[in-house]
Write a protein that binds this ligand. Structure first.
Ligand code: EPZ
Length: 439
């Protein structure tokens, strides 16, 4: 039986580190694109088929929330769903689950566009610092909607939605996507300036265009949207997950492995590849796959997280884990979220020498990390701790992997297929009993 810790069961990975990861791995569809696309799919009454959908808890929670307001979700296969939103019967999404995911706010933009009214429980998501939604609210208001927060709900309403010129004060993925959703069905033209340029912003725009929206400029910092009256059904395949791919690239780097990463768009991985090359890895790019070989000990580097095309904040914990065992002193600066170094204490338990000063981590590389009992504090940090454990000497137990499963499909199974000694258990008792396959 799973161990209950507060209101959730504790699942763990037990990892015996030290073997290089070698082989091939297939990357799933992008979680953060999927979240925007799923919400957008309810903006038409006609059926929409979405392919290459990752089977992770964040997307599954969003689908449950959509079902709670009358959207019909048919799973055609593990990675394909058919969404029919012709019979939405409520504009209030209050499900207990939805509070756990950040992307709940996309339902707000989607419903506001289609029905001119929506209330959604305030978004949760990973605890990586204060995560304001003022830019989303500013965007909706600029389109003519009222927005208020009360009783834990954020509600928005408009008699008419009218296109507008919106300058975002910060580069934000969430607000860029949310405004695109609502503005697609507004009257007239909307211009979003200082828009986020992430691949998943482009993917959501392409998806909306495939439903009949008119969005130009996604992928640049000015997005122009001509509102249309109605959207129609479509079949669409989600782009590969840049961050899942990047995580496996670092899995090769930290274990001195050799991995062919399949189903990727190498262009989306350029900032990650560039850093890994600086750190001494070899990278070979193909059309839709990439091979990374780490033949020797990694070298130090300095990096600052930035909006796309800069180095992604969602790869920051993974690069810190890798630099913890590299040669020399590295500095990693986090410029997007204020509290994204909470996992550093866990790396220190494994023998890492890291000091956090303000928004920078100063990392003195050690020869080898050692296995320990560590806890995943959030999704990407959790994945980074798994990478550290794969490189460490001896056994590690990674607790609270529920966070990792929000965004990585079959993480331990994929790692095992690359030769990792990793088992998943759902109780401390099982954890002690786990038997490793030693390759
Ligand atoms: C998205 O979060 C991703 N989540 C995050 O991925 C990712 O870390 C982040 O973008 C940055 O790339 C989803 O797509 C569901 P932002 P989001 O709005 O949209 C500030 C993961 O691990 N800001 O781009 O919430 C904000 O505080 C997750 O998959 C405002 O000030 O991030 C931050 O400093 C974690 N006001 C910066 O903008 C606002 O209204 C960027 O945030 C909105 C954001």
């Amino acid at each position: 039986m799973p161990v209950n810790k507060g209101d959730h069961k504790v699942e763990q990975y037990i990892i015996s580190g030290g073997s290089p990861l070698v082989g091939e791995v297939e990357i799933c569809g992008a979680k953060n694109a999927a979240l925007g696309i799923l919400a957008a799919s309810l903006m038409t009454d006609e059926p929409v088929i979405i392919e290459n959908l990752p089977d992770v808890s964040d997307t599954n929670v969003l689908l449950q929330a959509m079902e709670s307001i009358g959207v019909v979700v048919d799973r055609l296969s593990r990675h394909t769903v058919k969404i029919s939103a012709g019979a939405v019967n409520s504009l209030i999404v209050e499900s207990a689950y939805i509070k756990k995911i950040r992307a709940s706010y996309y339902i707000l933009g989607a419903l506001l566009g289609k029905y001119r009214k929506a209330s959604v429980a305030l978004p949760g998501g990973c605890n990586i610092g204060s995560r304001p939604i003022d830019q989303h609210m500013k965007g909706f208001k600029a389109l003519g909607a009222s927005v208020r927060i009360s009783h834990g709900l954020i509600s928005t309403e408009a008699d008419r939605l009218v296109g507008s010129h919106i300058y975002l004060d910060v580069v934000t993925v969430g607000a860029t996507i949310n405004i695109m959703l609502a503005a697609s069905l507004a009257e007239g033209k909307t211009i979003i300036e200082n828009a986020a340029k992430e691949p998943h912003v482009v993917d959501v725009a392409n998806f909306l265009n495939s439903m009949g929206a008119s969005i130009k400029g996604a992928g640049t910092d000015i997005i122009r949207i001509k509102g249309v009256e109605k959207l129609h059904g479509t079949t669409y395949s989600i782009i590969p997950d840049q961050i899942e791919a990047g995580t496996f690239m670092f899995a090769a780097a930290i274990t001195r492995g050799d991995i062919m990463i399949k189903n990727v768009i190498p262009k989306h991985l350029e900032s990650i590849s560039a850093k890994l090359i600086e750190m001494g890895c070899e990278i070979e790019e193909f059309d839709d796959q990439l091979r990374i070989v780490a033949a020797k000990r990694l070298m130090k580097t300095h990096v600052k997280t930035l909006p796309y095309p800069g180095f992604p904040t969602d790869m920051q914990p993974q690069i810190v884990a890798a630099l913890a065992t590299s040669e020399g002193t590295s500095v990693v600066t986090e410029s997007i979220f204020e509290n994204r170094f909470r996992y550093v204490d866990e790396l220190i338990k494994m023998g890492a020498l890291i000091k956090v000063e303000g928004n920078s981590a100063i990392i003195e590389g050690v020869n080898r990390l050692t296995g320990a009992l560590i806890q995943a504090p959030d999704l990407r940090a959790g994945a980074a701790l798994v990478l550290a454990a794969l490189a460490a000497e001896g056994e590690s137990v990674v607790d609270d992997i529920i966070y990792i499963e929000r965004g990585y499909e079959d993480f331990h199974i994929k790692l095992r297929s690359l030769g990792a000694c990793i088992e998943k258990t759902d109780s401390n008792k099982d954890a002690r009993r786990a038997v490793f396959k030693v390759s």
